[in-house]
Design a binder for this molecule. Structure first.
Ligand SMILES: [Zn+2]
Length: 303
């Protein structure tokens, strides 16, 4: 089985070493965060059965955002769980009801990988809701736009399910690896506003749970790593902007980022397969930041 028990009632299901689907279950409440793409829903279902979550037990499916690797399989999952409510940012709801645009966007950004994730099944409107406070405020919803225009994070019982609001983190007990999660079309100011909002909440006594991947104690410290990292990346990429047409631009930029950003340089400690899968995400994040700088330069605004 791919289930890891983190704490009493809190688990994560390891979906092919790239997505942690977080699952909480006690006598009164059962929810999961980010079910993953349609390709892996059967695997998730099997793991939920292992956790003795029956078809009437799952109260909520919380989506941090509706990108295909997080939410592409939600339409398949709800067929097994007829009474679960999907909680999603208002900007994401239309994409779940009619996923055509989301699918085309996924093909454009991810190419073949989108096909591997699998088609996105439409979700009936009456299964999706936006709530600010889920189950009378036991689960708090925090709008954290930036990685996507339909991104939100959740706080429940000293645990922050952060999504990709502060970046992509592959952290093990031995080391922390992080990089910004800033694909095009990216707005630095919105992304940083969300990070600052999370920092202002003082979550040092909360654990932080990532969809990619795993968890850490002291959410505040980890959010702060994400904050410092995005500032460093903006500075370094801005310094490299004029060289963007050079043949070795990407390679040179990445090695400069590794020099300036210790946590990003820990990519050398990642498993080979994860590292190669992650390299597309690194480039997409760089393109997002480049696009932001370009837009600013076009408007004659100093970055
Ligand atoms: Zn995403």
């Amino acid at each position: 089985m791919e289930v890891t028990t983190v704490d009493k009632n809190l688990y994560y299901v390891n979906i092919s070493n790239f997505l942690s689907t977080w699952v909480y279950k006690d006598e009164d409440l059962c929810f999961l965060v980010d079910p993953g793409p349609s390709f892996t829903i059967k695997l998730l279902k099997k793991n939920l059965e292992h956790l003795k979550i029956g078809s009437n037990d799952l109260d909520f499916i919380l989506l941090t955002h509706v990108h295909i690797d997080h939410a592409g399989g939600v339409g398949n999952l709800i067929e097994y769980f007829p009474r679960s409510k999907i909680i999603c940012h208002p900007n994401g709801i239309k994409h779940l009801i009619n996923p055509e645009k989301l699918w085309r966007g996924s093909l454009k950004v991810l190419g073949k990988a989108a096909e591997l994730y699998g088609k996105i099944k439409p979700v009936p409107k009456n299964r999706i809701q936006f709530q600010k406070n889920v189950r009378n405020g036991i689960i708090k919803v925090i709008e954290t736009l930036g990685h996507a225009p339909h991104h939100q994070s959740y706080i429940f019982d000293k645990t922050l399910f952060v999504g990709e609001a502060t970046g992509f983190s592959f952290s093990t007990p031995e080391f922390i690896y992080m990089r910004p999660a800033t694909p095009p079309i990216f707005d630095y100011d919105i992304y940083v506003d969300s990070i600052q909002k999370l920092l202002s909440m003082g979550l040092s006594n909360h654990r932080i749970c990532y969809p990619h991947f795993g968890m850490r104690d002291n959410a505040h410290l980890m959010i702060n790593h994400g904050y410092k990292q995005i500032s460093t990346w903006l500075k370094v990429i801005n310094n490299f902007y004029e060289k963007r047409k050079d043949i070795n631009f990407m390679e040179n930029l990445i090695s400069e980022l590794k020099k300036e950003d210790q946590i990003f340089s820990n990519s050398k400690l990642l498993d080979k397969e994860i590292r190669s899968r992650n390299s597309t995400g690194v480039k997409n994040s760089i393109y997002g930041i480049l696009g932001y700088i370009e837009k600013k330069k076009f408007k004659n605004i100093k970055v």
